[in-house]
Write a protein that binds this ligand. Structure first.
Ligand code: EPS
Length: 374
């Protein structure tokens, strides 16, 4: 299983190709579009989301809503292209009209411009933009449907916004309620405080990040590897999270707090009542690089978005003079979008790990193999 995405923020469209889907997976298009709409939602998003209305169009690999086993290609249109095609059209355009030389601290602009030896970071910004995540969510909807065929579900919520943190613990089935909340938070009081803070930041032209918790339920033990470090499930899932725009930290289970625990308090004692289980889950469902049958618990830290309307000190790459970083419009926070994108990124990587272990050309075969696992 493999996903490749293409597309720029203000280009014609985002596209993706998924290789390795088995024959016979029923595709629910409105469920994919529901996720795409959720990615666009959430308190603190910019005016851009009023322009876009993301919907998947499947181009190949599906017939009568069922996968055919061939690569699945899809597209999600950029409606803002209408306003930008003069500057971004592949067939010929005014490349100077949207030159980005006042590079933004925290964005890909400067590192990309140096990498490619250019003073205009427009091409770098266009591809590095989090707009690309619409394609990952469209694909994520498909990966989640694949995983659901085995009884594996992914959910999550926003745990913290700019330091306002919900310390409660929630059962997996409570997490879905987060998607009905303006900031995908489950603690109403913390959410209200976070929204007030975002209002203040918006007034000041500032931005915020947060912490997102993603959980996986229904995954049997033994996925990942203790034999090859490159196939360790925790490494793969943390890599998937770190591959999402603006994510600066990733942890599994107790994560960084494990470092300050004693072993006797930290490790999840092994119990048996016809099957193995644990009363605690500090390991976050992964031991020795493999799933252990408990729920997988992952957290990501999202940095504050780097496009600030207040502008940060920078240098103009064209003149070498000091200046204020570019800003056209900005989300104050995109933690809800990140929650949906992280679910999709995790679904993609998990689907790869599941299909690697199960193999199988037809979904029916794969399900039989999953059921046969202890
Ligand atoms: C982004 C900048 C903004 C965001 C964009 C990500 O785009 P624009 O410059 O067009 O306002 O809105 O995110 C999306 C378009 C999206 O759909 O998530 C960036 O620089 O990363």
């Amino acid at each position: 299983m493999k996903l490749t995405t293409a597309g720029e923020s203000h280009g014609k469209a985002l596209t993706g190709i998924i290789e390795g889907l088995p024959y016979g997976l029923k595709i629910n298009i409105s469920e994919i579009n529901r996720l795409l709409a959720l990615r666009q939602s959430g308190y603190g998003r910019s005016e851009r989301q009023k322009i876009e209305k993301d919907e998947i169009e499947i181009l190949s690999g599906v017939r009568n809503l069922v996968t055919t086993g061939s690569p699945l290609a899809f597209t999600v249109k950029n409606r803002d292209y209408e306003n930008w095609q003069k500057f971004t059209a592949p067939e010929g355009c005014d490349v100077k009209g949207k030159a980005l030389t006042l590079v933004r601290p925290g964005h890909a602009d400067l590192a990309g411009a140096l990498k490619y030896g250019v003073s205009d970071a427009r091409n770098i910004a266009e591809r590095a933009s989090a707009r690309e995540t619409a394609a990952r969510v469209a694909a994520g909807g498909i990966f989640m449907q694949y995983l659901k065929a085995f009884g594996i579900r992914i959910s999550g919520y926003v745990k913290s916004v700019c330091g306002i943190t919900d310390e409660n613990r929630y059962a997996f089935d409570d997490l879905d309620r987060a998607k009905t909340q303006p900031l995908f938070m489950l603690d109403a009081q913390k959410q209200r405080a976070a929204m007030e803070l975002l209002d203040e930041l918006a007034e000041e032209g500032d931005t915020a990040g947060g912490i997102i918790e993603i959980r996986i339920s229904g995954l049997k033990s033994g996925f990942g590897s203790c034999m090859e470090y490159s196939k360790k499930l925790d490494a793969l899932l943390c890599g998937a999270m770190m591959g999402v725009q603006a994510i600066k930290g990733a942890e599994v289970g107790a994560g960084f707090s494990a470092a300050s625990c004693r072993g006797s308090a930290f490790h999840d004692k092994i119990c048996y009542d016809g099957k193995f289980y644990r009363e605690t889950n500090n390991a976050g469902g992964i031991e020795g690089g493999m799933s252990n049958g408990e729920e997988i618990v992952l957290r990501s830290a999202m940095k504050p978005l780097p496009t600030l309307s207040v502008g940060l000190d920078t240098v103009d790459l064209a003149t070498g003079c000091r200046g204020i970083a570019a800003s056209e419009r900005s989300d104050v926070a995109a933690v809800c979008a990140a929650e949906i994108v992280l679910e999709s990124a995790v679904a993609c990587t998990l689907a790869e790990a599941v299909s690697e272990r199960l193999g199988g050309d037809a979904l029916r075969e794969c399900i039989k193999r999953y059921k046969a696992l202890k």
